[in-house]
Design a protein around this ligand. Structure first.
Ligand code: ATP
Ligand code: ZN
Length: 484
């Protein structure tokens, strides 16, 4: 290098942006992030350094205008922002695999996932790692996907699966160390050092445990838990960073590298405050996409006089959870409806209800799935649900059925007012997510049934239109918890 002293590498990282490509007047958004990245590119160019921009997964799902357009605005913006690579987040599997392939074509940057493999042959589906060669030094980036995806988003994995992240890293690490001076794990794994581990029937690798157990990795850039680490945490000499969510912040790590070794570093998370100007090009074309996504969503479906509560759907039965499960029965004529509280993603304020509001509550594009279950099968579902602690996405909501929950068991179960018959077959409606074993409802996977291919959000929209103005929707308890 013509420049004296160590080389400067600036790493920018975002994670869990969840369709939040557009900022608001209060800040956030990709156009503000682009401004900071471009500024840094100009600065380091003068001193002979480089900028690396990474996304730690979950680009998809969260804002209806983007969801309607399969997150094409997000991937295109990241492309023009010069993203070097992303790792696949679990929400990249919210839609069929063809959608991910389309996103890959739009993005034209690597979708890393060393442990996202073909079930039969074990080979990676996308790139396991990349090497960035900056002349004076090189950086290797290995992508690791959370094993939780197998439980959280099982529907569209198909013939592909997620294998053990730590074991996979052990396999690739020597190869990458051979080729690169600095080794980065780009993980959508989750940081659980603060103790909040979800209750899930799958073994999974976390970023903090990975740092603890593995040597040879310099930095773990993480996502999935939406954790805002204002400065990176150092665990076992590994720098672990995560930058919140929803494009409200961008992480920045500055490295100084001499003779292939990191000799100094500093890290921070920069809030994308409103005083940061929006990059005009990114803003211009993403705004045009917003218009496009927006038109269909503004249609007013009905009016509600009351607040429809989605906020507490992981701990309580609410008027909105009852409305949703009732819409499922209304649409399909099933005896019983089953819905996971974690699938209810927002509340609806009193006032006009637009299609946008409904898609914000039910953003996954899930379809209604009919299952033939015996009374005994239904008891298995209820007894699993009875053991789920409050606050988990797996919290069960029902219609057509009442039961008492005590000591982790369901008793006094009635279907349409009649005591459950263990040998009878009932028609049960759920979403395709739960039907394929999502949220640990593995007892449902493989049961006889069929997909109606009818969107849950559309069933809710039609049901609300059918009800007319919602004066009140009293939440009448169906799964009555006797423990409290
Ligand atoms: P992350 O971005 O970290 O994955 P998240 O918001 O999805 O964030 P949680 O808030 O823990 O993570 O939500 C996970 C819960 O979301 C699951 O337990 C499940 O209840 C629900 N969920 C996830 N994907 C789907 C889906 N496709 N359909 C229905 N519910 C889903
Ligand atoms: Zn995630």
């Amino acid at each position: 290098s013509v420049f004296a002293g160590p080389n400067h590498l600036v790493i920018f990282h975002m994670n869990d942006t969840h369709a939040h490509v557009w900022g608001t007047e209060d800040g956030g958004g990709f156009a503000r992030a682009a401004t900071l990245i471009n500024q840094a590119r100009e600065e380091v160019a003068k001193e002979g350094g480089a900028v690396l921009f990474l996304h730690a997964g979950d680009v998809n799902t969260g804002i209806p205008e983007s969801d309607q357009l399969d997150a094409v605005p997000d991937f295109l913006a990241l492309h023009y922002m010069g993203l070097d690579a992303m790792v696949l987040g679990n929400h990249e599997f919210d839609k069929p695999f063809e959608v991910l392939e389309k996103q890959y074509e739009v993005a034209q940057f690597p979708f890393l996932g060393a442990n996202f493999v073909d079930e039969k042959h074990g080979g990676p589906i996308f790139e396991p790692y990349i090497i960035k060669d900056y002349g004076d030094f090189s950086v290797g980036i290995i992508g690791l996907v959370t094993e939780q995806t197998k439980v959280l988003e099982p529907i569209y994995l198909g013939e592909n699966t997620i294998v053990d992240a730590e074991e996979t890293l052990k396999k690739y690490l020597p190869i990458v160390q051979e080729k690169a001076d600095v080794v980065i794990v780009l993980g959508h794994l989750g940081y659980y050092a603060d103790g909040r581990r979800p209750y899930l029937p799958v073994e999974f690798t976390t970023s903090d445990e990975l740092a603890e157990n593995i040597s040879g990795v310099d930095i773990i850039i993480d996502g999935h838990t939406h954790t805002l680490l204002e400065t990176p945490v150092v665990i076992n000499n590994v720098i672990v960073a995560q930058a919140g969510d929803n494009a409200e912040n961008i992480g920045r790590i500055d490295l100084w590298i001499d003779d292939g070794r990191i000799v100094d570093w500093r890290g921070e998370v920069i809030p994308l405050t409103s005083d940061i100007p929006e990059d005009p090009f990114i803003k211009m074309f993403t705004d045009a996409f917003y218009q496009l996504g927006s038109e269909a969503l503004n249609e007013v479906v009905e009016e509600t006089k009351v607040y429809l509560d989605g906020e507490h759907a992981r701990s309580d039965e609410t008027n909105l959870s009852n409305l949703i499960t009732d819409s499922m029965i209304w649409k399909t004529g099933a005896d019983v409806a089953l819905m996971n509280g974690g699938g209810i993603r927002a509340s609806i304020e009193a006032g006009d209800i637009t299609y946008r509001d409904i898609l914000t509550v039910l953003p996954f594009g899930n379809t209604l799935y009919i299952l033939e279950l015996t009374g005994k099968d239904i008891m298995d579902v209820l007894n699993y649900a009875a053991k789920i602690p409050d606050g988990q996405g797996a919290k069960l909501h029902v219609a057509g059925l009442t039961a008492e929950i005590k000591g982790g068991k369901a008793t006094n179960v009635k279907i349409n007012g009649e005591p459950i018959d263990l040998n009878r077959t009932y028609k049960v409606v759920t979403n395709n997510y739960m039907a394929s074993g999502g949220d640990g409802y593995t007892m449902l996977a493989g049961k006889p049934g069929y997909d109606t291919y009818f969107r849950d959000a559309d069933a809710l929209r039609e049901y609300i239109a059918h009800l007319g103005t919602i004066e009140d929707y009293t939440s009448q308890e169906r799964l009555i918890e006797l423990d409290q």
